[in-house]
Write a protein that binds this ligand. Structure first.
Ligand SMILES: C[S@@+](CC[C@H](N)C(=O)[O-])C[C@H]1O[C@@H](n2cnc3c(N)ncnc32)[C@H](O)[C@@H]1O
Length: 205
């Protein structure tokens, strides 16, 4: 399944969704085909213009296109599921920290630093519900779903993740990372990479 298909599979028919950093609004178009209304939001007006142009009339009724920096929800638009996909962890964290409107849950696919994302989200009051590794065009992606709450993660869970749904792909990704990091460690000492390999070796699939 593609990233968009996996995100869509975690969204129920009556859920209110805002996709921030929507680019060409592929997620909103996918949800619209299921009859689900959503907000497709991006910081760049030219991106939203071309997303609107590429959306056919029937699907347009289901999508509220918005231009803005971060979460463009109004004060009374509460309990949305926020999707942040295809951005780096620090952009994702800044957008979440700047948001003032209560959310239902947050679905992320960060490009990097998933350990920092898990740790920081925990420190601002979000727990991980589940994670899933997705492989699209030969590249691995780590989806994480957060909701409000407390959670004590172990060091291994911070590095590898919590409640992974696709153990087969997780193992495949971990084997790939271990191979890549082992080659680097053979040449230069790197304590952080050694910790990741240790976590991979002790992970119970
Ligand atoms: C690489 S694209 C990801 C597109 C899509 N979400 C995906 O997963 O394939 C990142 C998008 O995030 C938008 N973006 C970056 N920072 C943003 C911010 N602070 N607020 C809203 N959109 C932002 C960019 O304009 C760009 O369209």
């Amino acid at each position: 399944m593609t990233r968009i298909e996996v995100i869509s599979s975690y969204i129920s028919d009556n859920e209110k969704v805002i996709d921030v950093g929507c680019d060409q609004a592929f997620l909103s178009k996918k949800l619209a085909k299921r009859g689900i209304y959503s907000i497709a939001s991006d910081i760049k007006d030219n991106i939203i213009e071309s997303a609107i142009k590429s959306t056919n009339i029937e699907l347009k009724h289901f999508i509220d296109f918005r231009v803005g920096d971060g979460v463009t929800l109004k004060e009374n638009e509460t309990d949305y599921t926020l999707v942040l996909s295809g951005m780096g962890t620090f952009t994702i964290l800044n957008i979440i920290k700047d948001n003032k409107v209560p959310l239902k849950r947050i679905i992320t696919i960060s490009n990097n630093n998933h350990d920092i994302l898990r740790k920081e989200m925990n420190s601002i009051g979000y727990k991980i519900d589940l994670e899933e590794i997705i492989k699209e065009k030969g590249k691995y992606y780590n989806l994480i779903i957060f909701s409000k709450g407390k959670q004590k993660l172990t060091n291994n869970e911070i590095l590898i993740g919590y409640n992974h749904q696709n153990k087969e792909l997780l193992k495949e990704k971990n084997d790939y990372i271990k191979h890549k990091y082992s080659k680097i460690i053979n040449n230069v000492d790197n304590k952080e990479l050694e910790l990741v390999i240790k976590a991979i070796d002790s992970y119970k699939y």
